[in-house]
Design a protein around this ligand. Structure first.
Ligand SMILES: Nc1ncnc2c1ncn2[C@@H]1O[C@H](COP(=O)(O)OP(=O)(O)OP(=O)(O)O)[C@@H](O)[C@H]1O
Length: 242
Protein backbone atom coordinates (compact mmCIF):
# COMPACT_ATOMS: atom_id res chain seq x y z
CA UNK A 1 0.00 0.00 0.00
CA UNK A 2 1.30 3.47 -0.82
CA UNK A 3 2.11 5.91 1.99
CA UNK A 4 3.16 9.56 2.05
CA UNK A 5 6.88 9.82 1.33
CA UNK A 6 7.03 13.60 1.02
CA UNK A 7 4.55 15.94 2.70
CA UNK A 8 4.96 19.67 2.25
CA UNK A 9 2.44 21.47 4.43
CA UNK A 10 1.67 25.20 4.37
CA UNK A 11 5.22 25.93 3.28
CA UNK A 12 6.09 29.59 2.86
CA UNK A 13 9.52 30.99 2.12
CA UNK A 14 10.48 34.63 2.33
CA UNK A 15 13.95 35.55 1.14
CA UNK A 16 15.80 38.56 2.48
CA UNK A 17 14.32 41.75 1.09
CA UNK A 18 10.81 40.37 1.58
CA UNK A 19 10.60 38.31 -1.64
CA UNK A 20 7.92 35.62 -1.12
CA UNK A 21 9.25 32.77 -3.27
CA UNK A 22 6.82 30.15 -1.93
CA UNK A 23 3.38 31.00 -0.62
CA UNK A 24 1.49 28.42 1.46
CA UNK A 25 2.48 25.40 -0.61
CA UNK A 26 0.95 21.97 0.01
CA UNK A 27 2.21 18.91 -1.84
CA UNK A 28 1.93 15.23 -0.94
CA UNK A 29 3.88 12.57 -2.82
CA UNK A 30 3.27 8.92 -2.02
CA UNK A 31 5.49 5.89 -2.40
CA UNK A 32 5.23 4.72 -5.99
CA UNK A 33 4.64 8.25 -7.31
CA UNK A 34 6.74 10.01 -9.93
CA UNK A 35 5.74 13.64 -9.60
CA UNK A 36 6.75 16.37 -12.02
CA UNK A 37 7.05 19.94 -10.74
CA UNK A 38 6.57 22.51 -13.45
CA UNK A 39 6.44 26.27 -13.71
CA UNK A 40 8.13 29.27 -15.31
CA UNK A 41 11.64 30.42 -14.48
CA UNK A 42 11.54 31.95 -11.02
CA UNK A 43 8.21 30.32 -10.11
CA UNK A 44 9.58 28.79 -6.89
CA UNK A 45 10.51 25.22 -7.87
CA UNK A 46 14.11 25.20 -6.63
CA UNK A 47 13.09 27.05 -3.47
CA UNK A 48 10.50 24.37 -2.66
CA UNK A 49 12.82 21.52 -3.61
CA UNK A 50 15.74 22.85 -1.56
CA UNK A 51 13.54 23.32 1.49
CA UNK A 52 12.09 19.82 1.04
CA UNK A 53 15.53 18.21 1.15
CA UNK A 54 16.74 20.30 4.07
CA UNK A 55 19.29 22.53 2.39
CA UNK A 56 17.23 25.73 2.63
CA UNK A 57 15.83 26.99 5.91
CA UNK A 58 12.25 28.22 6.11
CA UNK A 59 10.08 29.90 8.68
CA UNK A 60 6.52 28.77 7.96
CA UNK A 61 5.12 25.31 7.38
CA UNK A 62 6.20 21.76 7.92
CA UNK A 63 7.96 19.26 5.67
CA UNK A 64 7.94 15.53 6.41
CA UNK A 65 9.87 12.77 4.68
CA UNK A 66 8.46 9.32 5.33
CA UNK A 67 6.83 10.85 8.41
CA UNK A 68 10.02 12.50 9.73
CA UNK A 69 10.35 16.25 10.10
CA UNK A 70 13.02 17.82 7.91
CA UNK A 71 13.61 20.38 10.65
CA UNK A 72 13.52 18.17 13.72
CA UNK A 73 15.08 14.99 12.32
CA UNK A 74 17.41 16.24 9.58
CA UNK A 75 19.81 13.29 9.73
CA UNK A 76 17.03 10.69 9.53
CA UNK A 77 15.56 12.56 6.55
CA UNK A 78 18.91 12.77 4.77
CA UNK A 79 19.51 9.04 5.27
CA UNK A 80 16.43 8.19 3.22
CA UNK A 81 16.58 10.99 0.65
CA UNK A 82 18.76 11.69 -2.33
CA UNK A 83 18.87 15.12 -3.89
CA UNK A 84 20.44 16.06 -7.19
CA UNK A 85 20.62 19.84 -7.66
CA UNK A 86 20.45 21.45 -11.08
CA UNK A 87 24.16 22.20 -10.95
CA UNK A 88 25.76 19.50 -8.81
CA UNK A 89 28.71 20.79 -6.81
CA UNK A 90 30.96 17.75 -6.63
CA UNK A 91 34.54 17.58 -5.46
CA UNK A 92 36.55 18.29 -8.56
CA UNK A 93 39.85 17.18 -7.06
CA UNK A 94 38.64 13.63 -6.53
CA UNK A 95 38.42 10.98 -9.19
CA UNK A 96 34.98 9.59 -9.99
CA UNK A 97 35.61 6.43 -8.00
CA UNK A 98 37.02 8.36 -5.03
CA UNK A 99 33.88 10.48 -4.96
CA UNK A 100 31.58 7.45 -5.14
CA UNK A 101 33.56 5.72 -2.38
CA UNK A 102 33.31 8.85 -0.25
CA UNK A 103 29.51 9.01 -0.69
CA UNK A 104 29.28 5.26 0.04
CA UNK A 105 31.20 5.86 3.29
CA UNK A 106 28.81 8.64 4.27
CA UNK A 107 25.81 6.34 3.81
CA UNK A 108 27.52 3.25 5.27
CA UNK A 109 27.37 1.24 2.05
CA UNK A 110 30.30 -1.14 2.21
CA UNK A 111 32.11 -4.08 0.65
CA UNK A 112 30.53 -6.16 -2.06
CA UNK A 113 27.26 -4.25 -2.04
CA UNK A 114 29.16 -1.01 -2.72
CA UNK A 115 31.18 -2.58 -5.51
CA UNK A 116 28.10 -4.10 -7.13
CA UNK A 117 26.08 -0.88 -7.06
CA UNK A 118 28.91 1.29 -8.39
CA UNK A 119 29.61 -1.20 -11.16
CA UNK A 120 25.95 -1.55 -12.07
CA UNK A 121 25.28 2.17 -12.36
CA UNK A 122 28.65 3.12 -13.88
CA UNK A 123 28.11 0.47 -16.55
CA UNK A 124 24.59 1.53 -17.42
CA UNK A 125 25.61 5.18 -17.62
CA UNK A 126 28.69 4.26 -19.67
CA UNK A 127 31.29 5.94 -17.46
CA UNK A 128 33.12 2.92 -16.05
CA UNK A 129 36.25 3.74 -18.07
CA UNK A 130 36.35 7.31 -16.71
CA UNK A 131 35.97 6.51 -13.01
CA UNK A 132 39.74 6.76 -12.47
CA UNK A 133 39.89 10.29 -13.94
CA UNK A 134 39.63 13.50 -11.96
CA UNK A 135 36.11 14.94 -11.89
CA UNK A 136 37.68 18.24 -12.92
CA UNK A 137 38.26 16.70 -16.35
CA UNK A 138 34.63 15.55 -16.75
CA UNK A 139 32.11 17.11 -19.11
CA UNK A 140 28.87 18.56 -17.70
CA UNK A 141 26.98 15.37 -18.60
CA UNK A 142 29.62 13.13 -16.98
CA UNK A 143 29.35 15.17 -13.77
CA UNK A 144 25.59 14.77 -13.91
CA UNK A 145 26.02 11.03 -14.25
CA UNK A 146 28.39 10.84 -11.24
CA UNK A 147 25.92 12.92 -9.22
CA UNK A 148 23.09 10.58 -10.24
CA UNK A 149 25.09 7.46 -9.39
CA UNK A 150 26.06 8.92 -6.00
CA UNK A 151 22.38 9.57 -5.33
CA UNK A 152 21.40 5.99 -6.16
CA UNK A 153 24.11 4.23 -4.14
CA UNK A 154 22.08 4.15 -0.93
CA UNK A 155 18.79 3.31 -2.66
CA UNK A 156 16.82 6.29 -1.33
CA UNK A 157 13.14 6.09 -0.46
CA UNK A 158 12.76 9.60 -1.87
CA UNK A 159 14.66 10.89 -4.89
CA UNK A 160 14.46 14.63 -5.52
CA UNK A 161 15.94 16.14 -8.65
CA UNK A 162 16.12 19.69 -9.95
CA UNK A 163 16.08 19.75 -13.76
CA UNK A 164 17.68 16.30 -14.05
CA UNK A 165 17.57 15.95 -17.83
CA UNK A 166 19.46 19.12 -18.72
CA UNK A 167 22.77 18.17 -20.31
CA UNK A 168 22.17 14.41 -20.35
CA UNK A 169 22.57 12.59 -23.65
CA UNK A 170 19.56 10.67 -25.03
CA UNK A 171 20.76 7.30 -23.75
CA UNK A 172 21.43 8.64 -20.24
CA UNK A 173 18.03 10.35 -20.30
CA UNK A 174 16.38 7.05 -21.21
CA UNK A 175 18.36 5.24 -18.50
CA UNK A 176 17.46 7.76 -15.82
CA UNK A 177 13.78 7.51 -16.72
CA UNK A 178 13.98 3.71 -16.47
CA UNK A 179 15.68 3.98 -13.07
CA UNK A 180 12.96 6.33 -11.83
CA UNK A 181 10.25 3.91 -12.95
CA UNK A 182 12.08 0.99 -11.40
CA UNK A 183 12.53 2.80 -8.06
CA UNK A 184 8.87 3.73 -7.94
CA UNK A 185 7.91 0.17 -8.79
CA UNK A 186 9.80 -0.86 -5.66
CA UNK A 187 7.98 1.66 -3.45
CA UNK A 188 10.22 4.73 -3.53
CA UNK A 189 8.99 8.14 -4.67
CA UNK A 190 10.47 10.61 -7.16
CA UNK A 191 9.90 14.37 -7.24
CA UNK A 192 11.59 16.43 -9.95
CA UNK A 193 11.35 19.81 -11.60
CA UNK A 194 11.44 20.12 -15.34
CA UNK A 195 10.66 22.43 -18.21
CA UNK A 196 10.37 19.50 -20.59
CA UNK A 197 6.64 18.95 -20.54
CA UNK A 198 6.48 15.96 -22.86
CA UNK A 199 8.97 14.05 -20.68
CA UNK A 200 6.90 14.90 -17.60
CA UNK A 201 3.71 13.86 -19.38
CA UNK A 202 5.04 10.43 -20.31
CA UNK A 203 6.99 9.74 -17.13
CA UNK A 204 4.92 11.13 -14.27
CA UNK A 205 1.74 9.83 -12.70
CA UNK A 206 1.38 13.09 -10.76
CA UNK A 207 2.06 16.72 -11.57
CA UNK A 208 2.23 19.99 -9.65
CA UNK A 209 2.16 23.35 -11.42
CA UNK A 210 3.52 26.40 -9.60
CA UNK A 211 3.28 30.05 -10.53
CA UNK A 212 4.74 33.00 -8.62
CA UNK A 213 5.18 30.88 -5.52
CA UNK A 214 1.66 29.42 -5.48
CA UNK A 215 0.37 26.04 -6.62
CA UNK A 216 -2.09 26.65 -9.43
CA UNK A 217 -2.84 23.02 -10.33
CA UNK A 218 -1.98 19.58 -9.01
CA UNK A 219 -3.26 16.05 -9.24
CA UNK A 220 -2.78 12.84 -11.13
CA UNK A 221 -1.61 13.25 -14.71
CA UNK A 222 -4.81 11.54 -15.94
CA UNK A 223 -7.08 13.82 -13.91
CA UNK A 224 -5.33 16.95 -15.08
CA UNK A 225 -4.78 16.19 -18.71
CA UNK A 226 -7.79 14.01 -19.62
CA UNK A 227 -7.68 14.10 -23.42
CA UNK A 228 -5.35 17.13 -23.64
CA UNK A 229 -1.58 17.44 -23.61
CA UNK A 230 0.23 18.63 -20.47
CA UNK A 231 1.43 21.60 -22.51
CA UNK A 232 -2.18 22.63 -23.24
CA UNK A 233 -3.09 22.26 -19.58
CA UNK A 234 -0.05 24.23 -18.48
CA UNK A 235 -0.74 27.09 -20.88
CA UNK A 236 -4.41 27.15 -19.90
CA UNK A 237 -3.93 27.22 -16.12
CA UNK A 238 -1.04 29.62 -16.48
CA UNK A 239 -3.05 32.13 -18.52
CA UNK A 240 -6.03 31.79 -16.14
CA UNK A 241 -3.97 32.79 -13.10
CA UNK A 242 -2.82 36.27 -12.44
N1 LIG B 1 18.81 33.43 -2.48
C1 LIG B 1 17.80 34.16 -2.92
N2 LIG B 1 17.60 35.42 -2.46
C2 LIG B 1 16.57 36.16 -2.89
N3 LIG B 1 15.66 35.75 -3.80
C3 LIG B 1 15.82 34.50 -4.30
C4 LIG B 1 16.89 33.65 -3.90
N4 LIG B 1 16.78 32.47 -4.57
C5 LIG B 1 15.70 32.60 -5.35
N5 LIG B 1 15.12 33.81 -5.20
C6 LIG B 1 13.92 34.31 -5.87
O1 LIG B 1 12.86 33.43 -5.54
C7 LIG B 1 12.01 33.23 -6.69
C8 LIG B 1 11.91 31.74 -6.96
O2 LIG B 1 13.20 31.26 -7.39
P1 LIG B 1 13.46 29.71 -7.68
O3 LIG B 1 14.92 29.57 -7.89
O4 LIG B 1 12.82 28.91 -6.62
O5 LIG B 1 12.67 29.51 -9.06
P2 LIG B 1 12.60 28.27 -10.07
O6 LIG B 1 11.16 27.97 -10.30
O7 LIG B 1 13.45 27.17 -9.57
O8 LIG B 1 13.22 28.91 -11.39
P3 LIG B 1 14.06 28.26 -12.63
O9 LIG B 1 13.09 27.49 -13.46
O10 LIG B 1 14.56 29.48 -13.34
O11 LIG B 1 15.17 27.43 -12.02
C9 LIG B 1 12.62 34.05 -7.82
O12 LIG B 1 11.95 35.28 -7.88
C10 LIG B 1 14.05 34.26 -7.39
O13 LIG B 1 14.55 35.48 -7.88
Amino acid sequence: MSKPMLEIKNFTKLYGGGKKAADNINITINSGDICGFIGHNGAGKSTTIRAAVGVLDFTEGEILIDGHSVKKEPVKCKQITAYIPDNPDIYENLTGIEYLNFISDVFGIKGKLREERIKKYADIFGITDSLGDLIRSYSHGMRQKIAIISALIHEPKLLVLDEPFVGLDPKATFTLKEIMRDMCGKGSAVFFSTHVLDVAEKLCNRVVIIKEGRIIASGTMDELTKDRSLEDVFLEVDSGEK
